[in-house]
Write a protein that binds this ligand. Structure first.
Ligand code: SAM
Length: 247
């Protein structure tokens, strides 16, 4: 696979230092909530899209799920595989071209796991389309996305492009040994209505959208005051609306 995603250099620089960031510290609470919201049972097959270093995939596998994590970063996939408990496997894949067909009981795509990490028109739709096809009919999805209202209102260090909904910031990341690097970060931001339209257009039924933040997942309504939205959805039975691969 060609190396064409801006995040790959960042992942190479951070390596295991990614797991030191504050937003990764709420994994247990996030998985507790998702297991309940998706009614996950031991033995169910779960796809983790944009799995990063595998923190959700590892925890879901420890709870008995059979998890396959995919990520575009070779470095992150290597870390995830190295630390994997039984029941968790990993592969380097571009989430825009997921090859799965009705193979999973559930999928998670969390903390801008590919979704919201690309800025070209159609990228996020390709991710959602691939996730929808990967789910068996009735299969469930938990997907988080950055809250556009929050970005405009509270994200003072970033520039929000109203035409595209993309927030851009320059920030410093650190390597495992603490070496700093100044990098650009782009985040695609969403409103609940956009999320609903996008998922519904790809054969998913949206059950709920809540306002959340890392480590504080819950069922509260969307507001302007939480950094992320969490969508709980499922693939429609009968597959209506599922866009064929490459369409
Ligand atoms: C902010 S991290 C989130 C990782 C993980 N889901 C978590 O919660 O810690 C975003 C991840 O999405 C991955 N990613 C971005 N674009 C991708 C793509 N097109 N295909 C697969 N993974 C992608 C990045 O490599 C990165 O690991």
């Amino acid at each position: 696979m060609s190396r064409d995603h801006w995040f790959e250099d960042l992942a190479d620089h951070m390596g295991r230092a990614y797991d030191r960031y504050a937003h990764t510290k709420g994994t247990m609470q996030e998985v507790d909530h998702i297991v309940g919201a998706l009614r996950l049972e031991p033995g169910e097959r779960v796809l983790d899209v944009g799995c990063g270093t595998g923190r959700h995939a590892h925890e879901l596998a420890r709870r008995g799920c059979v998890v396959h994590g995919v990520d575009i970063s070779e470095r992150f996939v290597a870390i995830a595989a190295e630390d994997a408990p039984p029941g968790a496997t990993f592969a380097r894949l571009d989430a825009r071209t997921l090859p799965f067909d009705a193979e999973f009981d559930a999928a998670v795509c969390l903390c801008q796991g590919a979704f919201g990490m690309m800025t070209a028109e159609g990228d996020d739709a390709a991710v959602v389309g691939g996730i929808s096809r990967a789910l068996r009919p009735g299969g469930r999805l938990a997907l988080s996305a950055f809250n556009a209202y929050f970005a405009v209102k509270h994200h003072d260090d970033a520039v929000f492009d109203a035409a595209t909904g993309v927030s851009h910031e320059r920030t410093t990341i650190r390597s495992e040994t603490g070496d700093p690097a100044v990098v650009d970060l782009w985040t695609g931001c969403y409103t609940p209505r956009e999320l609903s339209l996008l998922l519904t257009g790809h054969g998913l039924v949206v059950d709920s959208i809540s306002g959340v933040e890392p480590g504080v997942y819950g069922d509260g309504p969307p507001t302007t005051e939480t950094p992320e939205f969490l969508v709980i959805a499922r693939r429609a039975i009968g597959g209506q609306g599922v866009v064929p691969a490459g369409a």
